[in-house]
Design a protein around this ligand. Structure first.
Ligand code: F6R
Length: 245
Protein backbone atom coordinates (compact mmCIF):
# COMPACT_ATOMS: atom_id res chain seq x y z
CA UNK A 1 0.00 0.00 0.00
CA UNK A 2 1.15 3.49 -0.84
CA UNK A 3 0.53 6.54 1.26
CA UNK A 4 0.07 9.45 -1.15
CA UNK A 5 0.84 13.12 -0.51
CA UNK A 6 0.11 15.62 -3.30
CA UNK A 7 1.30 19.23 -2.99
CA UNK A 8 1.23 22.31 -5.23
CA UNK A 9 4.91 22.71 -5.93
CA UNK A 10 8.42 21.37 -5.46
CA UNK A 11 9.11 23.42 -2.31
CA UNK A 12 6.07 22.00 -0.56
CA UNK A 13 6.94 18.50 -1.73
CA UNK A 14 10.45 18.90 -0.30
CA UNK A 15 9.08 20.16 3.03
CA UNK A 16 6.75 17.14 3.31
CA UNK A 17 9.64 14.81 2.55
CA UNK A 18 11.72 16.53 5.21
CA UNK A 19 8.97 16.10 7.84
CA UNK A 20 9.18 12.33 7.39
CA UNK A 21 12.98 12.40 7.32
CA UNK A 22 13.03 14.46 10.52
CA UNK A 23 10.79 11.95 12.34
CA UNK A 24 13.30 9.25 11.46
CA UNK A 25 16.29 11.43 12.42
CA UNK A 26 14.62 11.99 15.80
CA UNK A 27 14.65 8.25 16.52
CA UNK A 28 18.39 8.27 17.26
CA UNK A 29 21.07 7.36 14.74
CA UNK A 30 19.26 5.95 11.73
CA UNK A 31 20.80 4.49 8.60
CA UNK A 32 19.81 6.65 5.63
CA UNK A 33 19.43 5.41 2.05
CA UNK A 34 19.98 8.36 -0.28
CA UNK A 35 19.30 9.19 -3.91
CA UNK A 36 20.74 11.69 -6.38
CA UNK A 37 19.12 13.58 -9.25
CA UNK A 38 16.86 16.63 -9.12
CA UNK A 39 14.11 15.14 -6.96
CA UNK A 40 15.82 15.03 -3.52
CA UNK A 41 17.78 18.32 -3.78
CA UNK A 42 15.06 20.32 -1.95
CA UNK A 43 14.94 17.69 0.80
CA UNK A 44 18.73 17.93 1.19
CA UNK A 45 18.44 21.75 1.44
CA UNK A 46 15.94 21.28 4.28
CA UNK A 47 18.30 18.83 6.01
CA UNK A 48 21.19 21.30 5.72
CA UNK A 49 19.07 24.18 7.09
CA UNK A 50 17.93 21.99 9.99
CA UNK A 51 21.54 21.02 10.74
CA UNK A 52 22.62 24.67 10.71
CA UNK A 53 19.65 26.06 12.63
CA UNK A 54 18.84 23.24 15.06
CA UNK A 55 22.18 21.47 15.33
CA UNK A 56 20.84 18.12 14.12
CA UNK A 57 23.99 16.03 14.02
CA UNK A 58 24.98 13.35 11.51
CA UNK A 59 28.15 12.30 13.37
CA UNK A 60 26.77 8.85 14.15
CA UNK A 61 24.63 8.40 11.07
CA UNK A 62 25.49 6.05 8.21
CA UNK A 63 24.41 6.70 4.64
CA UNK A 64 24.16 4.39 1.64
CA UNK A 65 23.59 5.85 -1.80
CA UNK A 66 21.58 4.04 -4.41
CA UNK A 67 23.84 4.23 -7.39
CA UNK A 68 26.81 5.59 -9.32
CA UNK A 69 27.61 5.94 -13.01
CA UNK A 70 30.16 3.52 -14.41
CA UNK A 71 33.31 4.97 -15.91
CA UNK A 72 33.30 8.45 -14.37
CA UNK A 73 36.14 9.24 -11.99
CA UNK A 74 34.85 9.94 -8.46
CA UNK A 75 35.82 13.60 -8.75
CA UNK A 76 34.00 14.07 -12.09
CA UNK A 77 31.55 16.97 -11.80
CA UNK A 78 28.61 14.66 -12.62
CA UNK A 79 29.59 11.64 -10.53
CA UNK A 80 27.07 10.86 -7.82
CA UNK A 81 29.92 10.98 -5.30
CA UNK A 82 30.47 14.64 -6.25
CA UNK A 83 26.72 15.32 -6.35
CA UNK A 84 26.22 14.04 -2.80
CA UNK A 85 29.15 16.01 -1.44
CA UNK A 86 28.04 19.23 -3.12
CA UNK A 87 24.36 18.86 -2.26
CA UNK A 88 24.56 17.40 1.26
CA UNK A 89 27.68 15.87 2.79
CA UNK A 90 29.90 18.99 2.61
CA UNK A 91 27.26 20.96 4.54
CA UNK A 92 26.58 18.60 7.46
CA UNK A 93 28.85 17.02 10.08
CA UNK A 94 28.88 13.49 8.69
CA UNK A 95 32.30 11.78 8.90
CA UNK A 96 33.69 10.56 5.55
CA UNK A 97 33.87 6.99 6.78
CA UNK A 98 30.11 6.93 7.41
CA UNK A 99 29.30 7.69 3.77
CA UNK A 100 28.80 4.88 1.25
CA UNK A 101 28.46 5.52 -2.49
CA UNK A 102 28.92 2.61 -4.93
CA UNK A 103 32.15 2.64 -6.93
CA UNK A 104 31.66 2.72 -10.70
CA UNK A 105 35.29 2.06 -11.63
CA UNK A 106 37.77 -0.84 -11.53
CA UNK A 107 36.45 -4.34 -10.91
CA UNK A 108 32.72 -3.57 -11.10
CA UNK A 109 31.52 -7.08 -10.19
CA UNK A 110 33.67 -7.05 -7.08
CA UNK A 111 32.50 -3.52 -6.20
CA UNK A 112 28.88 -4.68 -6.46
CA UNK A 113 29.50 -7.71 -4.22
CA UNK A 114 31.30 -5.59 -1.62
CA UNK A 115 28.62 -2.90 -1.62
CA UNK A 116 25.81 -5.39 -1.14
CA UNK A 117 27.78 -7.13 1.63
CA UNK A 118 28.29 -3.84 3.51
CA UNK A 119 24.67 -2.81 2.96
CA UNK A 120 23.45 -6.15 4.32
CA UNK A 121 25.23 -5.57 7.62
CA UNK A 122 22.73 -2.78 8.30
CA UNK A 123 19.05 -2.03 8.00
CA UNK A 124 18.21 1.14 6.11
CA UNK A 125 15.70 3.02 8.28
CA UNK A 126 14.55 5.39 5.55
CA UNK A 127 15.25 5.10 1.84
CA UNK A 128 14.84 8.18 -0.35
CA UNK A 129 13.86 7.45 -3.96
CA UNK A 130 13.16 9.37 -7.14
CA UNK A 131 11.59 7.69 -10.16
CA UNK A 132 12.68 7.64 -13.79
CA UNK A 133 10.22 8.52 -16.55
CA UNK A 134 10.58 4.86 -17.63
CA UNK A 135 9.62 3.66 -14.14
CA UNK A 136 13.14 2.93 -12.88
CA UNK A 137 14.07 3.28 -9.22
CA UNK A 138 17.76 3.66 -8.46
CA UNK A 139 19.05 2.58 -11.88
CA UNK A 140 16.97 -0.59 -12.09
CA UNK A 141 15.66 -0.21 -15.60
CA UNK A 142 12.61 -1.98 -17.12
CA UNK A 143 13.17 -5.73 -17.27
CA UNK A 144 15.35 -5.80 -14.16
CA UNK A 145 14.32 -8.75 -11.96
CA UNK A 146 12.58 -8.01 -8.66
CA UNK A 147 15.07 -10.20 -6.78
CA UNK A 148 18.10 -8.20 -8.00
CA UNK A 149 20.78 -7.05 -5.54
CA UNK A 150 23.59 -4.53 -6.22
CA UNK A 151 24.60 -4.96 -9.87
CA UNK A 152 25.69 -3.17 -13.04
CA UNK A 153 22.75 -2.04 -15.18
CA UNK A 154 22.90 -0.74 -18.76
CA UNK A 155 20.99 2.57 -18.91
CA UNK A 156 18.09 2.87 -21.34
CA UNK A 157 18.10 5.41 -24.15
CA UNK A 158 15.24 7.16 -22.31
CA UNK A 159 17.24 7.52 -19.08
CA UNK A 160 20.34 8.72 -20.91
CA UNK A 161 18.18 11.24 -22.79
CA UNK A 162 16.59 12.42 -19.51
CA UNK A 163 19.99 12.81 -17.85
CA UNK A 164 21.70 14.49 -20.82
CA UNK A 165 20.62 17.79 -19.20
CA UNK A 166 23.44 17.28 -16.70
CA UNK A 167 25.98 16.58 -19.48
CA UNK A 168 25.74 19.74 -21.65
CA UNK A 169 22.58 18.30 -23.24
CA UNK A 170 24.74 15.69 -24.99
CA UNK A 171 23.50 12.10 -24.66
CA UNK A 172 26.88 10.82 -25.87
CA UNK A 173 28.51 12.10 -22.69
CA UNK A 174 26.05 10.20 -20.46
CA UNK A 175 27.57 6.93 -19.23
CA UNK A 176 26.05 3.78 -20.72
CA UNK A 177 25.74 1.89 -17.43
CA UNK A 178 25.65 2.33 -13.67
CA UNK A 179 26.23 0.37 -10.49
CA UNK A 180 22.94 0.27 -8.64
CA UNK A 181 21.41 -1.26 -5.56
CA UNK A 182 18.98 -3.91 -6.78
CA UNK A 183 15.23 -3.95 -6.30
CA UNK A 184 15.53 -6.55 -3.54
CA UNK A 185 18.19 -4.42 -1.80
CA UNK A 186 15.82 -1.42 -1.84
CA UNK A 187 12.86 -3.47 -0.59
CA UNK A 188 14.76 -4.33 2.62
CA UNK A 189 14.50 -0.69 3.81
CA UNK A 190 12.11 -0.20 6.71
CA UNK A 191 10.53 2.94 5.30
CA UNK A 192 10.61 4.46 1.81
CA UNK A 193 9.81 7.96 0.59
CA UNK A 194 9.54 8.51 -3.15
CA UNK A 195 9.66 12.06 -4.49
CA UNK A 196 8.30 12.90 -7.96
CA UNK A 197 7.53 16.20 -9.63
CA UNK A 198 6.56 17.22 -13.13
CA UNK A 199 4.37 15.74 -15.86
CA UNK A 200 7.34 13.78 -17.20
CA UNK A 201 6.83 11.44 -14.21
CA UNK A 202 3.03 11.10 -14.46
CA UNK A 203 2.95 7.86 -16.48
CA UNK A 204 5.58 6.15 -14.33
CA UNK A 205 3.69 7.19 -11.17
CA UNK A 206 0.43 5.77 -12.54
CA UNK A 207 2.09 2.52 -13.62
CA UNK A 208 3.79 2.18 -10.22
CA UNK A 209 0.61 2.73 -8.20
CA UNK A 210 -2.24 1.55 -10.40
CA UNK A 211 -0.60 -0.74 -12.92
CA UNK A 212 0.15 -4.44 -12.58
CA UNK A 213 3.22 -5.50 -10.65
CA UNK A 214 5.58 -6.10 -13.54
CA UNK A 215 9.26 -5.68 -14.32
CA UNK A 216 8.15 -3.44 -17.22
CA UNK A 217 7.74 -0.83 -14.46
CA UNK A 218 10.46 -1.63 -11.89
CA UNK A 219 8.92 0.81 -9.36
CA UNK A 220 5.79 -1.38 -9.23
CA UNK A 221 7.77 -3.72 -6.95
CA UNK A 222 7.02 -1.14 -4.25
CA UNK A 223 3.37 -2.29 -4.26
CA UNK A 224 4.59 -5.07 -1.96
CA UNK A 225 6.43 -2.82 0.50
CA UNK A 226 4.62 -2.13 3.80
CA UNK A 227 5.68 1.51 4.25
CA UNK A 228 6.04 3.66 1.12
CA UNK A 229 5.04 7.33 1.03
CA UNK A 230 4.87 8.93 -2.41
CA UNK A 231 5.23 12.71 -2.23
CA UNK A 232 4.50 14.47 -5.50
CA UNK A 233 3.18 17.57 -7.16
CA UNK A 234 -0.09 17.78 -9.11
CA UNK A 235 1.64 17.32 -12.46
CA UNK A 236 3.20 14.02 -11.41
CA UNK A 237 -0.17 12.90 -10.00
CA UNK A 238 -2.24 13.92 -13.02
CA UNK A 239 -2.59 10.44 -14.55
CA UNK A 240 -3.75 8.77 -11.32
CA UNK A 241 -7.38 7.71 -11.66
CA UNK A 242 -8.34 8.62 -8.10
CA UNK A 243 -6.65 12.04 -8.24
CA UNK A 244 -8.65 13.19 -11.26
CA UNK A 245 -11.28 15.87 -10.62
C1 F6R B 1 19.40 8.59 -8.67
C2 F6R B 1 18.41 7.56 -8.96
C3 F6R B 1 17.45 7.70 -10.07
C4 F6R B 1 16.68 9.02 -10.03
C5 F6R B 1 15.70 9.11 -11.19
C6 F6R B 1 14.97 10.44 -11.21
O1 F6R B 1 20.19 8.21 -7.56
O2 F6R B 1 18.43 6.58 -8.30
O3 F6R B 1 16.51 6.65 -10.00
O4 F6R B 1 16.00 9.12 -8.82
O5 F6R B 1 16.40 8.95 -12.39
O6 F6R B 1 15.88 11.46 -11.44
P1 F6R B 1 15.47 12.99 -11.22
O7 F6R B 1 15.19 13.17 -9.77
O8 F6R B 1 16.69 13.77 -11.67
O9 F6R B 1 14.28 13.23 -12.08
Amino acid sequence: MFKIIIRDNYDEVSKEAFKIMKEVLNTGNPVLGLATGSSPVGLYKEMIADHQENGTSYKNILTFNLDEYCGLPRDHRESYWTFMHENLFNHIDIPDENVHVPLGNGDIKKNCRNYEKELKKHTVDIQVLGIGSDGHIAFNEPGCPFDSVTHEMPLTEQTRQDNARFFDGDINQVPVSAVTMGLASIMRAKKIILIATGENKAKAIRDMIEGPKTTDCPASVLQDHPDVTVIMDKQAAEKLTFARP
